[in-house]
Design a protein around this ligand. Structure first.
Ligand code: TXA
Ligand code: MG
Length: 343
């Protein structure tokens, strides 16, 4: 399939590019676009044939629901059945932004979007290009991350071209995404509400607005449930091609343990932090950034995983990152990327 590729200035999205891509969306085609978290692979949420094309382009299992993107809260009336008070308060506090809110779905929304579930995840992105595309398309846009299923989500133009060129009608490229990890996914149909996927909007930030909220068990350990509440947790995610393990130890002892673990390997990568770079002299070494700057580390994770693959390493040893409200999302993606394999 021929893919039209456009580069765009985020602050001043070219209206002609937006109009052209909005027409494609209206015709039931797929368009990749930047958001503040990661790139999304979009189609008209009310058009089952467009939605079908998303699953096909990604190679995504049909039982994993998509989230629906809006650029105006009025659009909610045709998407959700009821809007709890908790949702209203969170929208006011954190929309537009990296928070997906799961609510009861409206019967008008095709079942293909939610993979047959009675709930739908809604997100109002803050990225000006995402907003312009949604507004110009005059419809809500269903969009998962624009990676091939199982691969790390795309945060740069190169990642998008690698995974999606030839598989979608158009790609809109802009500068690298800001957050670099996917949105927080929160289910407000549960009492108390449950976070299925941690992100830049933290549990603490949510709790400040609505009080009680809990983390799903599957965030830091492997789900053994056959029917998890969020279907996405069943699948290997965010994973590089290389094998990967997370090496657990305190920040003082971790470099020593990593070095011991790499003995006997020829072609290995090490995922570390700025503070520990000087401790290594062997292997393909990438730093996520400074331990003192968790947002920077989150922003760099997916690009680092893809760089290991480009370098062709057989195995990646990733240092354990100390847990805090600001590193939970990063740790969740690291654990899932390594398939919960620890040393
Ligand atoms: O930041 C983001 O959220 C990006 C950008 C493009 O907006 N999108 C994204 O979508 O990460 P996706 O499809 O890659 O991840 C959505 C996750 C999946 O794990 C899915 O299982 C879960 O949200 N999800 C979606 N709808 C759900 C629902 N109704 N109930 C439970 N989990 C749901
Ligand atoms: Mg994804």
């Amino acid at each position: 399939m021929d893919t039209a590729v456009f580069s765009i200035d985020s602050k001043h999205p070219d209206p002609q590019v937006i109009a052209h891509c909005a027409k494609l969306i209206q015709k039931g085609e797929t368009v990749v676009f930047p958001t503040e978290t990661v790139y999304g692979l979009g189609a008209d949420a009310q058009n089952p044939s467009g939605v079908e094309k998303i699953y096909k382009a990604k190679g995504r299992p049909g039982d994993n629901p998509l989230i629906v993107h809006i650029a105006d809260t009025d659009a909610l009336t045709s998407l959700v059945e009821e809007m709890p008070e908790t949702a209203r308060k969170l929208m006011h506090a954190y929309w537009p932004g990296p928070l997906t809110i799961i609510m009861k779905k409206n019967a008008l929304l095709p079942k293909a979007v939610t993979a047959g579930l009675e709930t739908v995840g809604i997100r109002y992105p803050s990225h000006p290009v995402a907003q312009a595309l949604i507004n110009e398309s005059s419809c809500a846009i269903a969009a998962p991350s624009a990676n091939l299923s199982g691969r790390p989500s795309p945060t740069t133009a190169d990642h998008v071209l690698q995974d999606m060129k030839g598989r979608v009608a158009a790609i809109i490229l802009a500068e690298d995404t800001q957050v670099g990890l996917e949105s927080t996914v929160l289910d407000v149909t549960k009492k108390p509400p449950v976070i299925y996927r941690p992100g830049a909007i933290t549990l603490e930030m949510i709790s400040e607005i609505i009080g009680d909220v809990v983390l799903d068990d599957a965030i830091l350990r492997e789900s053994d449930e056959k029917q998890p509440l969020s279907p996405g947790v069943k699948y290997k995610h965010y994973a590089p091609v290389a094998e990967m393990v997370v090496v657990k130890a305190s920040s003082e002892k971790v470099t020593e343990k990593v070095k011991k673990s790499t003995r006997g390997y020829q072609n290995f990568g090490i995922l570390t932090v700025d503070e520990h770079m000087k401790d290594y002299d062997d292997g393909f070494i990438i730093s996520l950034g400074a331990l003192a700057a968790p947002e920077e580390m989150a922003h760099n994770l997916y690009a680092a995983l893809r760089r290991f693959d480009d370098a062709g390493v057989d195995i990646i040893f990733a240092e354990e990152i100390p847990i805090s409200p600001d590193t939970l999302a990063l740790i969740n993606r690291l654990y899932r990327a390594c398939g919960f394999q620890f040393l």
